[in-house]
Design a binder for this molecule. Structure first.
Ligand SMILES: Cc1cc2nc3c(=O)[nH]c(=O)nc-3n(C[C@H](O)[C@H](O)[C@H](O)COP(=O)(O)O)c2cc1C
Length: 362
């Protein structure tokens, strides 16, 4: 394998990947990617929660073949991890979302497209192959605009809608404020300038502040969405058992336990810490996913052993995109998949279904 240099930013390890991304992505965009909210306690907690868990490998487990494939909401995928939705990928590399999605599709990996993509959802869909893709939805101030986005996603072949519900407004992001990314000037949006970006702050009305559409919504929004689409709904941003129950009662077929990578409410818990309670609450009525701080294949195994159906990865995908565009994402997915197969062999499991809580000591 070639070594890293400026012409060929090949990376072999996660540390090299992060360095390659940092070297190529403009510093304001890099701070936007890396940053969390406030003192970044929640961002750090996501990693610490994985570090507190030990894996207990099984010996002589009769593992001759490793099959990491699984299904997410009935669609076959090559691995139990997916690409979490992240905004503005055109700022990270000229290949943008079409580059990321082509690489994911080639690898059979599920990718979720942000409402705030740099390229349109149609252009991204066209660059993707047959592998499943989901669309992440931000509610728009007028429901008719939300419906427009939903219908476009449906027509473009996205197979599920991921409603992100944890952005009543953008979190308090000090690194972003210092660099001004998306704050001093709006960042161009691929789906059309009429769709609102959460970077817009609250508007003052007398003594109160008006927030974005999510803040004004209640769980009835799931019924409203169900009445305009047949796509399955996944609610992203769940951290409480009662919210998980409301999502499922409202017809969600999936839940993503997420604190937005520690970018929204600083002080929110690590996702891994709340996962087991939410899995118990949902009781198999919906598929439970998790994101936040998943970096190594062993993190994927820990989350699955504690009941996740799959896990989403945010920042490292952007490091890979920044390092070498779509080719970087393809390379990253190959490396992480190889690491996953290796770790499954070490742990003594041959399929994701073999992952049980007794394999983890928390
Ligand atoms: C740069 C960046 C942009 C993001 N944009 C979105 C977005 O548009 N919609 C969304 O639902 N989540 C967004 N997220 C959150 C991710 O989907 C995911 O929850 C988080 O990144 C997972 O944590 P990780 O980065 O530690 O893997 C974004 C995250 C990052 C880092």
């Amino acid at each position: 394998m070639s070594t890293s240099d400026s012409a060929s930013p090949a990376f072999r390890t996660l540390a090299e990947l992060e360095r390659a991304g940092a070297a190529r992505v403009p510093s304001a965009v890099w701070d936007y990617i890396q940053g969390g909210a406030g003192e970044e306690r929640t961002r750090a907690a996501n990693r610490e929660a994985f570090h507190r868990c030990a894996l207990l490998p099984k010996l002589l487990a009769g593992v001759e073949r490793i099959d990491p494939t699984t299904t997410f909401l009935g669609s076959s995928v090559a691995v139990p991890f997916f690409l979490a939705p992240t905004a503005y990928q055109g700022q990270v590399h000229a290949d943008g979302e079409p580059g990321t999605f082509a690489a994911a599709s080639e690898a059979g990996v599920l990718a979720v497209l942000s409402s705030l993509s740099s390229f349109s959802l149609e252009a991204t869909a066209q660059a993707s192959g047959e592998s499943p893709r989901w669309f992440q939805l931000y509610l728009q101030p007028e429901f008719s605009r939300t419906v427009e986005l939903v219908q476009r996603a449906e027509r473009a072949g996205f197979r599920a809608l991921v409603l992100t519900a944890d952005v009543p407004l953008l979190g308090v992001r000090d690194r972003q404020a210092q660099e001004g990314f998306g704050i001093d000037a709006p960042v161009p949006l691929g789906n059309g300038p009429e769709f609102v970006s959460p970077a817009r702050g609250p508007t003052r009305e007398g003594t109160s502040y008006r927030l974005r559409a999510e803040a004004a919504s209640d769980w009835g929004v799931l019924g409203k969405l169900r009445s305009v689409t047949r796509l399955p709904l996944v609610v992203k941003g769940v951290l409480r058992r009662d919210d998980a129950r409301r999502a499922v009662d409202g017809g969600a077929q999936g839940i993503i336990v997420s604190n937005h990578g520690g970018r929204q409410l600083d002080g929110a818990p690590a996702t891994l810490d709340v996962l087991p309670g939410i899995v118990e609450e949902v009781g198999g009525r919906a598929e439970v996913f998790l994101d936040g701080g998943v970096r190594r294949a062993t993190d994927v195994l820990i989350a699955l052993a504690l009941g996740a159906r799959g896990v989403g990865i945010g920042r490292p995908v952007l490091w890979a995109l920044g390092a070498d565009g779509g080719a970087g994402v393809a390379r990253y997915l190959r490396l992480l998949t190889a690491e996953l197969v290796n770790s499954m062999a070490q742990l003594g499991v041959s399929t994701p279904a073999d992952l049980r809580p007794d394999l983890v000591r928390g």
